[in-house]
Design a protein around this ligand. Structure first.
Ligand code: YOG
Length: 134
């Protein structure tokens, strides 16, 4: 059975989100708000087609892609930098490389027990998030 990330997921931990936001150049006032948030992810997966909607009381971000097909990402409402993104499978992990102005930018999703894990990377910073099913 291939892995299926579909579902509604609530953030339960968020390690070094501050460092990740600093690396992205997010200003102090926005960081202060952002780190209080408990975002929710709604993921719809149909084979290699993904819809990932990250929502919060402050801002939301929608990403739709197919694994193996590079796309333009605008990061609207986040750092607003455009990049070229490519998501691939590495075994059961979903790995995104975001090529652009920021070095070493990307993220990895995987399932561990009943939890959804997300590692967010930018430059020398790694943020580790864990989500539980709503
Ligand atoms: O997820 O790319 O699931 O897109 C990363 C926030 C905070 C806005 C959230 C809004 C980076 C202010 C998306 C938080 C910080 C701070 C809720 C992570 C930037 C701005 C949207 C992400 C992938 C993988 C799918």
């Amino acid at each position: 059975m291939p892995v299926d990330f579909s579902g509604t997921w609530n953030l339960v931990s968020n390690d070094n989100f501050e460092g990740y936001m600093v690396a992205l150049g997010i200003d102090f006032a926005t960081r202060k708000i952002a780190k209080m948030l408990k975002p929710q992810k709604v993921i719809k997966q149909d084979g290699d087609s993904f819809y990932i909607h990250t929502t919060s009381t402050f801002r939301d971000y929608l990403l739709e892609f197919k694994v193996g097909e590079e796309f333009e990402e605008d990061n609207k409402g986040l750092d607003n930098r455009k990049c070229k993104s490519l998501v691939t499978w590495e075994n059961d992990k979903l790995v995104c490389v975001q090529t652009g102005e920021k070095k070493n930018r990307g993220w990895t999703h995987w399932l561990e027990g009943d939890d959804l894990h997300l590692e967010l990377r930018c430059e020398n910073q790694v943020c580790k998030q864990v989500f539980k099913r709503a």
